[in-house]
Design a protein around this ligand. Sequence first.
Ligand code: NAG
Length: 430
Amino acid sequence: MLRGHLLVVLATCISLAAARRSPQADSTEKWLKSINTRYSDNVFEDALLDVPDLIRKYRYPVEVHSVTTEDGYILELHRIPHGRDANNVPNQKKPVVFILHGMLTSSADYVLMGPGRGLAYILAEEGFDVWMGNARGNYYSRRHVRLNPDSKLSTAFWRFSWDQIGNMDLPAAIDYALKVSGQERLHYVGHSQGTTSFFVLGSMRPEYNKKIISAHALAPVAYMAHNESPVLQFISPHATRIETLASLIGIGEFMPSNEFTASFGAKYCRDGSAIQPICSALIFVMGGRNEEQHNATMLPVIMGHAPAGISVRQLAHYGQGIAEGYFRRYDQGSRLANFREYGSFTPPPYDLSKITAPVYLHYSDNDHLAHVNDVERLYRELSRPIKRKVPMTTFSHVDFVYGINAKELVYDTVVNIIKDYEGAVLDNNV
Ligand SMILES: *[C@@H]1O[C@H](CO)[C@@H](O)[C@H](O)[C@H]1NC(C)=O
């Protein structure tokens, strides 16, 4: 409702502005302006557009694809096949980079900061064919061939964690992107849960390692013994019970995309609002505090796109990781239930040594969700890990996607490494 009202107000403003000038002059000026647009040129507009429309608004090419997983989830993929200002030749075979978002977010994370800042735009300009996944259950992938996410009778749709995102969503999405692009291998970039899912993929479906040229784990999350997230700390001692209880009373979904946060964000988190610091505090609680890298002007856009929805079990699975100190499959809650699911009384651990693709760990000192000690343990257990610590001690978990200098501090490094591999691939050195 509120989003609808806001749209009406917006449309009225646009038509009022347009009425004062000849439409032709206006559209020429708009076009000229959009050619080199950097950042967001209108945070209220960008808060309301979905990802494909947001990409179109900035005159980048976009394709929407859907792929069905082996267990029936219908996932939406967003593709930026080429650049706008550079490398803008359509229908040209380009190296593929696949990106997967973190918990509670979506493909929006890689475009919402705007051209010149969002990772997807940067990669497209650098000559890559960019594919962005959306994990099952989020705003773009809330569909299934048979199960209903809104069913009042059953939470069957929501009976998954990042285990299934890694061992079913990723194979389907990666194979699809490779087929359409005509490539055999790709580069992978994940943030937070997008790294966890990658570790699940590489250990449970090791045959996928050969399809990965390089993997970039931004704020890598596997072991969580040192996790300092207040939210996860709070639920971790009761993780499995909370999930069971929620499912008993018919709740399987957590923090779905909703119009309330979107319109709240646009109204109260904008520049000039007295409440804006509370919005910033909310982002700091969820993703770590770092005033230096936080652009409060962007809050309406961030809150227009996040939260995008997860299953309660995704949260519970992380909670188990903190409480138990293992990186292993979801604990079904009892020895019997585990035995039925896995053939063992305890959940099997993910064997990180099976991940043979080169994995670049991009991590930082001030990441309370991917603590340095936990990253070190991950580093010791992977087969081909390479460490790349972010050269800013205050850099936090969300800064990898929303940080003012994410490009200079992280993305440029990722792009350079990927380009090195591509050079090597062309020279037949890999
Ligand atoms: C913050 O975001 C706004 C809107 O995109 C942009 O105009 C501004 O330059 C950004 N500030 C910094 C310091 O990057």
